[in-house]
Write a protein that binds this ligand. Structure first.
Ligand code: FAD
Length: 472
């Protein structure tokens, strides 16, 4: 094998790509991992600036224990310290009568005895559901599933908010099977997780393990083209040269891979049409605050109301630039997980709200203003102690993740595999209809919440790749 020849090339060092590459390299496969950014991590990479270490936006993983990350730590002997949430999350619900935000508790909304029973029945059913029953929920939205229970309005809103934060999908599009499967993991193993030194340490450690197992990691190297000959993958073209391999795993997103990197001419017309029509998850956009003193005690905060969780109608309103005054807010404070991540006496707070996935969304200014106003209304000390703040959009998400190749796409927070029609038995296949081409990441092959979903896909796709390689 020459320097430019590999067994497998993995495009993209996001959680899915880096997990797939590390799993294969650990099995003695000669890997090239090619990443367009200057570091691994994709949407969950970490940065250091002015004494702060932080992610580009709020990232906290789940489940807390017995997760796919710990599996790697054990199997590959990674130096990766996981930090469970030190304390509870701050979940604040807005009382529409008074306009006040208060912690959400079992008593919120003064539920009747009957409603309390229904909430218990709902949670009990999720906990006890067997895999074959879960599979039957692939075609049921989470909204339709919860509508079978007469739960109180604040509880419904809380479930909708949770669906929005965990999966970044509207409650009436999200597949109930994905929620139940993931919730069972959280009920068993807790929710909330960070990595010592920054969330990006997870991807950095996996990329390090690719190298330690004899693979190559090429950063600042955008793949321009995946080469195909006689219906089979032969390698990739990058700004840093052409590399050969009979197997390519793309973590660049199914739509950019098919429509741009391989080219529609190499696929059946029906497959190209199917790929074009796949709907992305919703996006997140927001603000990074750098504070001159710690304002927050908890690692994660969520604020929501009956008016601002996202369903299909509200997403359509956002597409037209219509939003309520108070927005749903999701925030992570990295230095509460790991105090070494901020200079003593300072704090970085990563805040976000939901928006369309469109990498060219035209109403960013309106949402940034409303997000800033919502945060400052609930925590007036933020404005008082802000030394500087950065604004980020779905365009920024796309620039470190997947390319914008279709209208309304590119800035998706997660991927393609969580809504009814694209989930469970309908999830896009991780094996493309071109020999030797696979997809890893949140579009195909895995399940769960965000980064964990990506890593789960990476591990499962590595098994598909090994099977295919044996058949060559
Ligand atoms: C604002 C925001 C908040 C989030 N919060 C959370 C959270 O709290 N918890 C959580 O678990 N998840 C969270 N996520 C989601 C999580 O980041 C994603 O689910 C996860 O990163 C997806 O992993 P992936 O492997 O599918 O792809 P990505 O992370 O998108 O990685 C894809 C990789 O492919 C590379 N690539 C693309 N095209 C090319 C090319 N042509 N050549 C070379 N490289 C290429 C990209 O540079 C990137 O590194 C959040 C995401 C956002 C945007």
């Amino acid at each position: 094998m020459s320097d430019h020849e590999y067994n497998v090339i993995v495009i993209g060092a996001g959680p899915g790509g880096v997990a797939c590459a590390a799993a294969l390299a650990g099995k003695g496969i000669k890997i090239l991992l090619v990443e367009k950014n200057d570091r691994p991590g994709g949407k969950s990479m970490s940065f250091s600036k002015n004494g702060f270490t932080y992610e580009l936006w709020p990232i906290s993983g789940s489940p807390t224990r017995d997760n796919r990350f710990s599996q790697f730590t054990r199997e590959l002997g990674l130096d990766l310290q996981m930090i469970p949430p030190p304390g509870i999350s701050g979940v604040l619900y807005k009382d529409n009568q008074t306009g006040e935000y208060k912690p959400f508790t079992k008593e919120t909304g003064n539920p009747t005895e009957e409603q309390v029973k229904e909430v218990k029945r709902f949670l009990g059913d999720i906990r006890a559901m067997q895999p074959d029953e879960i599979d039957k929920l692939d075609d049921v939205t989470f909204h339709d599933f919860i509508s079978n229970y007469r739960v109180p309005v604040p509880f419904y809103s809380q479930q909708a908010m949770d669906a929005n934060i965990t999966f970044v999908e509207p409650i009436d599009m999200l597949a109930a099977s994905e929620v139940v499967r993931t919730r069972q993991d959280f009920m068993r193993s807790g929710a909330g997780l960070y990595f010592k030194g920054g969330y990006g340490k997870m991807a950095e450690a996996l990329a390090g393990s690719v190298k330690a197992n004899g693979g190559d990691v090429l950063t600042n190297a955008r793949v321009e083209k995946i080469e195909i000959k006689d219906g089979k993958v032969t390698g990739v073209v990058t700004a840093k040269g052409t590399f050969k391999a009979p197997i390519v795993v793309s973590n660049a997103g199914i739509q950019p891979t098919v429509l741009k990197l391989v080219g529609p001419e190499n696929f059946d017309k029906d497959y190209v049409e199917y790929v074009r029509k796949l709907q992305p998850s919703v996006g997140l956009m927001g603000i990074r605050y750098f504070l001159d003193r710690p304002v927050f005690d908890l690692c994660t905060y969520i604020t929501y109301s009956d008016d601002n969780y996202i369903n299909k109608q509200r997403l359509a309103d956002l597409e037209k630039g219509k939003a309520p005054d108070d927005l749903l807010v999701f925030m992570v404070v990295p230095s509460v997980f790991d105090p070494d991540l901020a200079p003593v006496g300072k704090q970085c707070v990563l805040a976000s709200t939901l928006c369309p996935a469109d990498a060219k969304y035209p109403y960013n200014d309106m949402l940034w203003k409303k997000l800033d106003a919502t945060i400052n209304k609930i925590w007036p000390l933020v404005a008082k102690h802000t030394e500087s703040k950065d604004f980020y959009s779905t365009g920024d998400v796309s620039s470190v993740s997947r390319d914008h190749v279709l209208p309304g796409q590119g800035g998706e927070c997660i991927g393609l595999g969580q809504i009814v029609g694209q989930c469970g038995k309908h999830k896009p296949s991780a094996a493309a209809p071109v020999k030797g081409l696979f997809y890893a990441g949140c579009d195909a092959g895995g399940y769960g919440c965000g980064t964990h979903h990506g890593v789960d896909s990476g591990i499962r796709v590595s098994e598909l790749v090994l099977q295919y390689k044996r058949s060559l």
